[in-house]
Design a protein around this ligand. Structure first.
Ligand code: 5AD
Ligand code: SF4
Length: 420
């Protein structure tokens, strides 16, 4: 989401005057730090980063802080770091041109409606386009700061999404990644008199776009994975067979404290349904350990779900208390060492599972969409089910979907040769 927001800001700035991107700090006239605040670590890093930028930047270069930390700290950022020129919240990024030249401007209104904004015309990678379909989140998971930083959920009208994807396809993209905090809740909140369209219907509309070959999306919510959606996922050949199903915890009682709206059984039932309808699909997840009150049994429930579903990718985190969240006020916070031990156990077991999954890939064949040139004569891309591939090759493979046979496996990526 933040990567796309950064692209959007670049596009907006370029509409005002031409900018050139640089990786050289000492060359930059404008430095934008686009921040996350989902856990505490990136927030504390922000101020040390500002210090580093101040030391090495050009004398008159401006620093802007944008994104979720900007939303929740607001003018506090300028108080703590007066060298920051402007602060722009995650919900307000399309207003970048209004704040860029205003000293100490702070724009963080989360009620700002930019659901009909013009999508930013800048793309880091022309082969795969990230396209927002909704903004904000209507849930109130007790650990999560996002509803406080990105505001209420609103869906972008489907005709605008289709138009935007068509543009990306005309520009060479064969793949689209639909973005939203809770994509499969799409269509619940439109502004004004918008049409009725849920996420399954949106997927159907998008898949009629000629020239578009692959559709990915992130993140769906397990609660909204109804049968119609899972059937569309399984049966629509343009939808990539990779799905993120964020578990958070395997314990039904903890899920209740987290206000996730589903039980361990529902989660397992949805994963089983995915496996039945679509045996080739890979499932990834997010897990938090050390949520307040997490008992040994709660944690064992999480380990049990890992064992049963055998997630291909796992994003796992120690619970981090966040401002504006209910869970930060809960008593029975878990000691850090206990959370660390649990995280290590979870990650170690996942690594074993991943090794088994990846080793079984030897000699398998996949259709890989090549989208990036790498060093040393390599090119990278992803299989339909989301596996990262590195293959020897050059420009002639860029933007092509080609069959590849795996000849080397590792935890994070596969290598292979193009099939004749
Ligand atoms: N502490 C730890 N992890 C969190 N996440 C969200 N909020 C917190 C928090 N307070 C994780 C969730 C979410 C992912 C994006 O970040 O697992 O799915
Ligand atoms: Fe946060 Fe929950 Fe919304 Fe995801 S669904 S963004 S975890 S509040």
């Amino acid at each position: 989401m933040n990567v796309r927001d950064s692209e959007h800001m670049i596009a907006e700035l370029n509409n005002k005057e031409p900018y050139e991107l640089t990786q050289e700090l000492s060359e930059a006239d404008l430095i934008i730090i686009n921040t996350c605040s989902v856990r505490e670590k990136p927030v504390s890093k922000l101020f040390s980063e500002i210090g580093v930028f101040n030391k090495y930047k050009k004398k008159d270069a401006k620093i802007g802080v944008t994104g979720c930390t900007a939303s929740h700290l607001g003018k506090e950022i300028i108080r703590r770091a007066p060298s920051v020129s402007f602060v722009l919240g995650a919900r307000n990024i399309s207003k970048i041109t209004e704040v860029v030249d205003k000293k100490h401007a702070v724009e963080i209104d989360i009620h700002y409606d930019d659901s009909t904004y013009t999508f930013g015309e800048y793309r880091t990678n022309t082969f795969k386009a990230m396209v927002n379909i909704s903004m904000g989140c209507d849930k109130s998971c007790t650990f999560c700061i996002v509803p406080a930083t990105r505001g209420e959920e609103v869906s972008i009208p489907s005709y605008l999404i289709v138009q935007e994807i068509q543009k990306a396809v005309d520009g060479g993209a064969k793949e689209v990644i639909l973005l939203g905090q809770n994509v499969n809740n799409y269509g619940k909140y439109f502004n004004a008199d918008q049409e009725q369209c849920n996420f399954t219907e949106l997927l159907q509309k998008i898949s009629t776009i000629e020239g578009l070959e692959r559709i990915r999306f992130t993140s769906p919510h397990p609660l909204h994975m109804d049968d119609a959606f899972l059937e569309e996922f399984a049966n629509n050949p343009k939808i990539c067979k990779q799905i993120h199903v964020p578990l958070q915890s395997g314990s039904t009682s903890l899920l209740k404290d987290m206000k996730r709206g589903y039980s361990k059984e529902w989660f397992l039932n949805r994963c089983e349904k995915i496996r039945t309808l679509c045996p080739v699909a890979t499932i990834s997840t997010d897990i938090i350990v050390g949520f307040p009150g997490e008992s040994d049994e709660d944690f064992e429930d999480t380990m049990d779900v890992l064992e049963q579903v055998r997630f291909e990718q796992l994003f796992s985190f120690k619970y981090s208390p966040r401002p504006h969240t209910k869970a930060a006020e809960f008593e029975n916070q878990i000691p850090n060492e206990m959370a660390s031990e649990r995280l290590t156990r979870l990650q170690n077991r996942h690594t074993e599972i991943l090794d088994e999954v990846m080793n079984a890939q030897m000699n398998q064949e996949h259709w890989v969409y090549f989208d990036e040139l790498k060093a040393a004569g390599k090119i990278s891309g992803r299989s339909d089910d989301g596996k990262l591939f590195f293959v020897e090759g050059s420009e002639e493979l860029l933007g092509k979907i080609v069959k590849v046979k795996v000849n080397k496996v590792s935890r994070g990526a596969l290598e292979g040769t193009v099939c004749a």
